[in-house]
Ligand binder design. Structure first.
Ligand SMILES: [Zn+2]
Length: 314
């Protein structure tokens, strides 16, 4: 089944279709668009481990090529190519670090399974069980449920951004993207504990209403019973899809200081309090965009991966 709403960006779908057809130009665009941010992320996460960031990024593009070969149609079901690439990257970094015992115990290495469920500091893109291969393992019903939840969470978050209801968004990020609890959440968001509870409740009610309107959800999507289960599912889907992550244009405006005050405050919060590693990598990449070094790094990644595209096309 081809689902027109599946891949959010038209550009992403165009790239995947091009790569499916063995188009070198499409592959170059893919590397140009995502290579820098992935390298910046890997360099941050793996610094001090002796693991080469570019190697991991090369592995990531190979992983994507393999996924495309195995089932291009299925890949078009992926909601965000960027989020998908970050998941592959983190899995590759995890695999490589597992093979290097000296890398264990270093704070920046995404290692233990428990950091996938959010018990590690900072916000990383992979959820518990959120590996690309687990997409295949998940049952259809569970995938559908996650898909509906991703859509309606996206709608909720986009709505809060449009209304500039940043306090509520901050509370939700603290609840679902960090390990902070009650009083610390209230303090970090500059509000009270009862307000935190009220914001969470209102968000869950809004999600239930959005689900009832969703074209796939109307047939019977319900949030799981039980506080823990609801939170766990939201946490996992939010992380897997990088739902509240900032647009490149917003990060660019933030870097230039050309951003209105409310937004500036929220971007700083997402980077410094939630400590989103993906947005931090995007920001770093933006700042080095166009430098000789970053262009050369992208070229190296492209050259080291292109042979696999050619082989895949045979
Ligand atoms: Zn982010």
């Amino acid at each position: 089944m081809r689902d027109d709403a599946a891949l959010k960006g038209e550009g992403d779908r165009y790239l995947i279709e091009g790569i499916l057809g063995g188009d070198e130009g499409a592959f170059r665009q893919l590397v140009d668009r995502y290579g820098g941010r992935l390298t910046a992320y890997a360099a941050r996460r793996l610094s001090g481990t002796g693991v080469d960031a570019e190697d991991v990024v090369q592995e990531t593009f190979l992983g994507l090529l393999q996924s495309i070969q195995k089932g291009g149609e299925r890949l078009i079901q992926v909601r965000s190519l960027e989020a998908y690439l970050f998941q592959i990257l983190r899995n590759k970094a995890y695999d490589i670090a597992q093979k290097r015992p000296e890398a264990h115990g270093l704070r920046k290495v995404p290692l233990a399974a428990e950091d996938a469920d959010g018990s590690v500091d900072g916000y990383d893109p992979v959820a518990a069980g959120g590996t690309p291969s687990s997409h295949a393992r998940r049952g259809e019903e569970s995938q559908l449920r996650r898909r509906v939840l991703a859509d309606i969470l996206d709608e909720l978050i986009s709505g809060l951004k449009e209304e500039k209801t940043f306090r509520d968004l901050k509370v939700l990020e603290l609840l679902f993207l960090t390990t902070l609890k009650g009083r610390d959440i209230a303090r970090a968001a500059g509000t009270s504990e009862p307000t935190v509870t009220r914001i969470k409740q209102a968000a869950l009610e809004r999600l239930a209403r959005l689900a009832a309107r969703h074209r796939l959800g109307a047939g019977g999507f319900t949030l799981p019973e039980g506080e823990e289960d609801i939170s766990g599912l939201i946490r996992s889907v939010w992380r897997e899809n990088l739902l509240s992550c900032l647009k490149r244009s917003t990060l660019g405006a933030f870097a230039l200081g050309a951003i209105e005050k409310d937004w500036k405050d929220y971007v700083a919060f997402h980077l410094e309090v939630v400590r989103c590693e993906t947005c931090a990598a995007n920001l770093l990449d933006l700042k080095s965009e166009g430098t000789k070094e970053s262009i050369a790094a992208r070229e190296r990644v492209f050259q080291s991966s292109i042979g696999f595209l050619k082989r895949a096309g045979r």
